[in-house]
Design a protein around this ligand. Structure first.
Ligand code: PEP
Ligand code: MN
Length: 342
């Protein structure tokens, strides 16, 4: 339920209200507005009696049932757009970010080369999988902790924060030790134990949409992370499974405006996994931006033809450079900017 406090509520009444929310078995999430302060009391659906009980407490103006099944992800509990900040920029509420890098970390030379040209071209975050969730158990599984160390070295040199996938709850601790952002992949988007563990890590989470997930299910997955007390979740549309075979997945561009009506969280597009082929990546990235995305995550590899995973969809250096040029030209038309940290 949502508790709207009266303007000018005393500190004592506010503290007593928080204590009462906890006493009744709910977790309070405070959101400061201009006139009112909202408290999302998160827990089981409230009885009419309980809502009446809260209405009668000092300093309470209104008690409302939150209409959506996801609570912390909803606009009702959090009426301002979320902005997530990094040393290289921010995402949300008009601020746009580009994360880029290879599908997987393969060698020191490969990841450092990619990190350098991503940075040179204005990319603000380095991606690269160290633990790869592969359809085949015989395919390249990633370098594991060695890959995490190489990502940390690339961050050290370039200053780019790194995002890398965590594939199971028992890996959250080690991935969080090296990475700045934990990626939860499409194949794990409803791994609830993993969502909770990532939520508890204290690191921002980049959550990919599962390939057959509805947007409501996607938001509920985000709710798992948020409900662990972690407010920093980026939602990534990366293509869903349809009957169409000419692309690897079908980029659901409409997910961007739909999600934006449902949630305050930043929404990104991953054109690479949707496209599956490099020639479709840039148009899909631009389409996602035009639809209102707050960021993109794109695969690029210094020599895509030698990539150990997703070779066909990774942009080479020149293609990445050309994409960045077009992204920079498109953003002003959408009143979006890449924040340059001061
Ligand atoms: C990836 O980012 O390399 C990846 C495996 O993505 P997804 O989970 O979207 O397939
Ligand atoms: Mn990939």
């Amino acid at each position: 339920m949502l508790i709207v406090t009266k303007p000018g509520i005393s500190k004592e009444a506010f503290a007593a209200l928080l204590r009462e929310i906890e006493k009744q078995g709910y977790t309070p999430h405070v959101s400061e507005g201009e006139a009112h302060t909202l408290i999302g009391a998160i827990g089981a659906p409230p009885t009419p009696e309980l809502m009446e009980h809260f209405r009668a407490l000092p300093g309470v103006e209104q008690v409302i049932r939150i209409s959506k099944p996801y609570k912390l992800a909803s606009w009702e509990v959090h009426p301002e757009p979320s902005v997530i900040e990094f040393p290289t920029g921010k995402t949300g509420n008009g601020y746009f970010m580009v994360a880029a890098g290879p599908c997987g970390v393969e060698s020191r030379q490969q990841i450092l080369t990619a990190a350098r040209y991503v940075k040179e071209n204005g990319g603000q975050m380095l991606r690269g999988g160290a633990f790869k969730p592969r359809t085949s158990p015989y395919a390249f599984q990633g370098l594991g902790v060695e890959g995490l160390k190489l990502l940390a070295e690339a961050r050290e040199e370039t200053g780019l924060p790194v995002v890398t996938e965590v594939t199971s709850p028992d890996l959250v601790e080690v991935v969080a030790e090296y990475a700045d952002v934990l990626q939860i992949g499409a194949r794990n988007a409803q791994n609830f134990a993993l969502l909770k563990a990532a939520g508890g890590s204290g690191k921002p989470v980049l959550l990919k949409r599962g390939m057959s997930m509805t947007l409501d299910e996607f938001l509920m997955a985000a709710e798992y992370v948020l409900s662990e007390g972690n407010p920093n979740v980026v939602l990534v549309e990366r293509g869903i499974r349809t009957f169409e075979k000419s692309t690897r997945f079908t980029l659901d561009v409409s997910a961007v405006p739909v999600l934006k009506t449902q949630t305050h969280l930043p929404v990104w597009i991953d054109p690479s996994h949707a496209a599956g082929k490099r020639e479709y990546v840039v148009p899909l990235a631009l389409a996602g931006i035009a639809a209102g995305a707050d960021g993109i995550i794109v695969e690029t590899h210094p020599s895509p033809e030698e990539a150990k995973s997703d070779a066909a969809q990774q942009l080479n250096r020149e293609e990445f450079t050309a994409m960045m040029e077009r992204v920079r030209r498109l953003l002003p038309a959408l009143d979006k900017e890449i924040a340059v940290p001061v």
